[in-house]
Design a protein around this ligand. Structure first.
Ligand SMILES: Cc1cc2nc3c(=O)[nH]c(=O)nc-3n(C[C@H](O)[C@H](O)[C@H](O)COP(=O)(O)O)c2cc1C
Length: 348
């Protein structure tokens, strides 16, 4: 059996399979099963910025109501800082999970403005989170905010969180950056310890019968994976070079990993870990064991003694044909496209 151990954000993990932020990580029995099946770490479901804002607004409304109703209440009611209220349930869930499993637990924050995040991040670190994943889920809708401003806002948020917490911080990105390598290097410069590529954005679907827009979150398929693989292959050598400056930034693949061979593809492109959500929602948390067994069989077949040995062997700096990762490949692919190739891929 190959050595499946890995390191993510500086945390030693016994396997590269990580339970992604999803409803599974909300259910302690599912987390226990995934860990028993070999998962190396757990990312909790996210605490959303909107939840925090809603809680704060509700608390403020309550206090204002009481103040208006009862002048005496002024002397006993707390100050407008509602830090004790926010996210208590999330902290409780984290502490509970901490007692259930012996693998690193990564808390997840989902938002795009600094606001209360810094205080929150610190609370989660105090409550025993081994690391934080910051999901920069952002859909640009403001025509007055250009790309540079969006990125500057995101970088300010990340910087504030990294400075505030003593634990490693990973940033989960969407695939839609004009210049991903440059943005990721800026994140590295701020001291993040990991980058997760990529979040899957929920896509509203117009219902042309009811003439309304439905909110849908479709589970992934392996067809979601190649976008991630290319990003990993491009980022992996870049981050290895920038690590010369001190901070090591490790890559996680999230999206479209459904089998051990998918996991192997992410590893050879440079991933330290792969995060699984959809396939475990479909097949159950025990499926981690099958994914690990396939990964192990592949390592064995190729003669790799460990995941570490296989990591990055096809990234941009090490693949025998680096042009395959570039746009040049696109032109050649279009020119050489044959229906039979397409059919074979669909059949497979
Ligand atoms: C039902 C569901 C809920 C999710 N909730 C979160 C969440 O709270 N925070 C987050 O960062 N990602 C969330 N995700 C995204 C997953 O963590 C993961 O990035 C994405 O599903 C891609 O991985 P997959 O192809 O294995 O599903 C969710 C995904 C699903 C399917």
């Amino acid at each position: 059996m190959a050595d499946l151990g890995t390191v993510w954000m500086g945390l030693p993990l016994r396997s590269p399979i990580v339970l992604a932020a999803s409803p599974l990580s909300k259910a302690p029995q599912d987390v226990r099963r995934a860990v028993a099946a070999g998962a190396g770490a757990v990312v909790m479901h996210s605490l959303f910025e909107e939840q925090v804002v809603d809680e704060q607004m509700a608390a403020h409304r309550f206090i204002d109501m009481r103040r208006d109703a009862d002048a005496e209440a002024r002397s006993v009611l707390p100050d407008a800082d509602m830090s004790a209220l926010d996210g208590d349930a999330y902290v409780f869930a984290l502490e509970h999970l901490r007692q259930q499993v012996d693998v690193p637990i990564i808390a997840s924050l989902n938002g795009t403005t600094a606001g209360g995040w810094v205080r929150f991040a610190d609370m989660l670190a105090q409550a025993g989170a081994d690391a934080l994943e910051l999901n920069l889920y952002d859909i640009a809708t403001d025509p007055d905010e250009d790309a540079a401003q969006v990125e500057a806002r995101q970088l300010a948020l990340v910087e504030a969180v990294v400075r505030a917490v003593p634990i490693p911080v990973c940033v989960k990105l969407s695939p839609f950056y004009t210049a991903l390598p440059a943005f990721v290097l800026k994140l590295a410069g701020l001291g993040v310890s990991g980058v997760t590529v990529f979040n899957r954005l929920y896509q509203p679907v117009p219902d042309i019968d009811a003439l309304e827009v439905r909110r849908e979150l479709m589970l992934s398929t392996p067809a979601d994976l190649p976008l991630r693989l290319q990003a990993l292959a491009l980022l992996s050598p870049l981050l290895a070079r920038s690590a010369g400056g001190g901070q090591v930034v490790e890559l996680a693949c999230s999206g479209g990993v459904h089998s051990g061979r998918d996991a192997a593809a992410a590893v050879v492109c440079g991933a330290q870990v792969v995060q699984l959500a959809s396939t475990l929602l479909e097949k159950g948390p025990d499926h981690v064991a099958a994914v690990l067994a396939q990964l192990d069989a592949w390592l064995d077949e190729k003669g790799y003694a460990s995941v570490a040995e296989a990591r990055g062997v096809l990234d941009l700096s090490r693949t025998p044909d680096p042009h395959a990762w570039y746009r040049l490949n696109y032109m050649q692919l279009l020119e050489g496209w044959q229906p039979s190739i397409q059919r074979r891929q669909c059949d497979g």
